[in-house]
Design a protein around this ligand. Structure first.
Ligand code: ADP
Ligand code: MG
Length: 697
């Protein structure tokens, strides 16, 4: 297989190489311009491109095409149309026009829209994003598109991401120009997202309705062995998992997705895949395809891939590490100190813009990763806390300290650190300590945002990151563009920003209780749940930033707020109903059956002899009967809570009620079930145990 990788790689992608080969020279040139500069495509060019795309796709076995988009559900959507058109005489031809390539019109009425589209105006449009290549999946030519309403409002995750790239480019270019750089013509943010997931056996999975309905277990006593021995992390990969990974890699490579590393994670049955980084919108498409293929390929191997943030209590959940950096079209990484004083000033300017952004928009970063599933992880000693802070590491901290104090820099070479005069030592890459507890860590030439849940699209965290940094860059540029002496002004600005925003930097252990206290003293936000953070979306500060840079309109922000709040309620509601269902139809009957058998055993034993010892059966029967009575009480409490929630019509109040009351009732119900599970004979228990799930492969 190995030898075939180079020819396999990207073989199902209509990438630049294919365009060059298959398009007339002038069309190819136009396409390059369109891709690099975001220019519009006119109809004639589109017709030529569409035809070449269709010929290529048909040769590869494709029969259909689809506008592939990323609605607010967080997963991708597609509606397939075939290339077939009647040609008379009962014959057909394969056809695909420029119009079909550029725009589609899927019925949008069933996608979440947060009140943006009244039902009478159900039309939604998809528009080709030519910066992301078309590809073939399941014999279908997939055209990456943005999805928007009749009125032009974004109905998807991709549109704000694309808009944020433009905003970022615009503001970053203003800064770049101040350095007299005339070569660079485009600045993009780059992302590599490491994806965690669980793999379990499909037969076992299908016996767990909580996993089937909710993606996470809602009941389950702790198995004798979990992750305490740390013997799974980076351990040898089992043959069945290895076969899955090889197959997955091959599928990903065909689509030009550079899946690079794979290893076992901390929890049993947990694994991770890391791709090579790329431009942010492509990274986003790639991550969506990766998640989809993980599920598909797992199925082929009789496995199920769980992408939920917390499939199992008591062992680590899954996240996604969003490695984020800034890159120019000339290949420079702007988060890497350069070889000249001027490059270092540039590095420091971008760095402090980021520090300021993270400090001023802690709420938006927390919001960007908010979901009912991720609430189970953040702050649970397995993932960063809900408090946003930044790790810069000892060496970079020393640089920032010397900038602040104006004192001698006590770094490795003990040189005087003067911004714009001295060269920064190039030590960061090797010595930045891997602080695994930080939500936002500098790792040499990029930042790793670690709060993301495993299931969510990376579009939201990245459009938010792009926008808030663009906002700080724009403020910097406003000041620096009118400064008399650029270097002096830049130095002053860097120093002031460090002083004003250093509270956001924390290099210690983010999992410790002391940090929670310290963070509060520093005035940092600690927004523990999705419901706590969502209202921040509507704050004036945030609306101003997102509208100013044309990333979201006020209307779109409101709609997103509503979709997220409603989504939270729906998720918890489904979980609660699933619990009630399992509690009443599976768990109670199982416990009763066991108690009945115990009682019969006692009766039979007594018939043999009154002297026979029945205390174990009696003890168990009494304990389980008491527990199931308490269990029924908790069922009633949960039912009552749901009934109360149903009466509420204020969405925010309802979400708060779910968070405070319904979730608590669910936890209490589970507590008793898990206790009963520990006492009930294995063959009576109605579904596979945690042990059977976690060690099923
Ligand atoms: P390791 O953590 O083993 O040192 P890396 O730091 O090289 O590995 O990469 C971790 C992830 O960060 C990978 O997905 C990688 O592609 C990504 N990454 C590396 N450099 C950048 C960059 N400049 N921009 C965005 N992501 C990057
Ligand atoms: Mg990582």
């Amino acid at each position: 297989m190995e030898n075939k990788v180079p020819e396999l790689f990207g073989s199902m992608v209509f990438h630049e190489g294919v365009m060059k080969e298959r398009l007339p020279k002038s069309t190819y040139k136009t396409m390059c311009k369109v891709m690099q500069e975001g220019k519009r495509l006119d109809k004639e060019v589109a017709d030529i491109v569409a035809n070449a795309m269709k010929d290529w796709a048909v040769e590869k076995g494709a029969t259909h095409f689809t506008h592939w988009f990323q609605p607010m559900t967080g997963i991708t959507a597609e509606k397939h149309d075939s290339f077939i058109a009647p040609a008379g005489n009962g014959q057909i031809i394969m056809e695909f026009s420029g119009k079909e390539l550029i725009q589609g019109e899927p019925d949008a009425s069933s996608f979440p829209n947060g009140g943006l589209r009244c039902t009478f105006e159900a039309r939604g449009y998809t528009a080709w994003d030519p910066t992301s290549f078309a590809f073939i999946k399941d014999n279908t030519l997939c055209i990456p598109t943005a999805f928007y309403s009749y009125g032009g409002q974004a109905l998807d995750k991709k549109t704000p991401l694309l808009r944020s790239m433009e905003a970022f480019n615009k503001q970053a270019m203003r800064i770049i120009k101040l350095f007299g750089d005339t070569e660079t013509s485009r600045v993009n943010t780059t992302v590599g997202s490491e994806q965690e997931y669980f793999l379990i056996d499909k037969d076992v999975y299908l016996k767990r309705w909580d996993l089937v309905y909710c993606g996470r277990t809602l009941f389950g006593a702790k198995p004798p062995k979990g992750q305490e021995l740390d013997d799974h992390y980076f351990g040898a990969i089992k043959p069945r998992v290895k076969a899955f990974m090889s197959d997955l890699n091959e599928e990903l490579w065909k689509l030009g997705i550079l899946s690079k590393t794979e290893h076992n994670e901390v929890a049993p049955a947990q694994h991770e895949l890391a791709p090579v980084f790329t431009t942010v919108n492509i990274a986003c498409d790639h991550n969506q395809v990766t998640m989809e293929l993980m599920k598909k390929v797992a199925d082929k191997h009789g496995l199920v891939c769980l992408l939920h943030e917390k499939p199992f209590d008591g062992v680590n959940g899954s996240g996604k590490h969003n490695n984020w950096s800034i890159s120019t079209d000339k290949g420079a990484n702007l988060l890497e100190p350069g070889d000249s004083p001027s490059e270092n000033t540039r590095f420091l300017l971008f760095l402090v813009a980021l520090i300021k952004a993270v400090d001023e928009y802690q709420d938006m970063l927390r919001l960007s990763v908010a979901s009912a599933g991720n609430d189970h992880r953040l702050g649970a000693n397995e993932a960063p806390p809900a408090i946003v802070s930044m790790f810069v590491g000892e060496d970079l901290q020393a640089v920032l300290d010397s900038i602040e104090s104006g004192a001698e820099y006590a770094g490795k070479d003990r040189e005087m650190m003067k911004v714009g005069v001295h060269v920064l030592p190039r030590f960061f890459k090797d010595t930045t300590d891997r602080n695994r507890t930080s939500p936002f860590a500098f790792t040499g030439n990029k930042f790793e945002f670690r709060m993301l849940g495993s299931a969510v699209s990376i579009a939201c965290p990245n459009f938010i990151l792009n926008t808030i940094v663009a906002e700080e860059l724009s403020k910097f540029a406003d000041q620096l563009e009118v400064a008399e002496d650029f270097t002096t002004a830049a130095n002053k600005l860097i120093r002031k920003t460090v002083i004003d925003h250093k509270r956001i930097i924390f290099n210690g252990n983010n999992y410790s209780d002391e940090w929670v206290v310290e963070a509060e003293k520093r005035g940092l936000l600690n927004l523990k749940t999705t419901v706590d953070v969502l209202p921040y979306y509507l704050s004036e500060k945030n609306i101003t930033a997102f509208t100013k840079h044309g990333v979201l309109t006020e209307e779109e922000i409101h709609s997103r707020y509503e979709i997220l709040m409603e989504g939270y309620v729906k998720v918890v509601h489904i979980e609660a109903l699933t619990m009630l269902d399992l509690a009443k139809k599976s768990i109670l009957p199982a416990v009763s059956a066991y108690v009945k058998d115990l009682a019969e055993t006692i009766t039979l034993k007594r018939q043999v002899s009154t002297a026979i010892n029945c205390t174990s059966e009696e003890g168990l029967a009494v304990e389980l009967s008491d527990l199931s009575a308490a269990f029924v009480d908790k069922i009633k409490s949960l039912e009552a809570a749901l009934a109360t929630a149903k009466e509420m019509d204020d969405e925010k109040a309802e979400a708060e009620y779910y968070k405070d009351t319904v979730l608590l009732a669910m936890t209490e119900l589970r507590g008793i079930a898990d206790k009963m599970e520990e006492e009930v004979g294995e063959k009576y228990w109605p579904f596979p145990t945690y042990g059977a799930l976690l060690f099923s492969v």
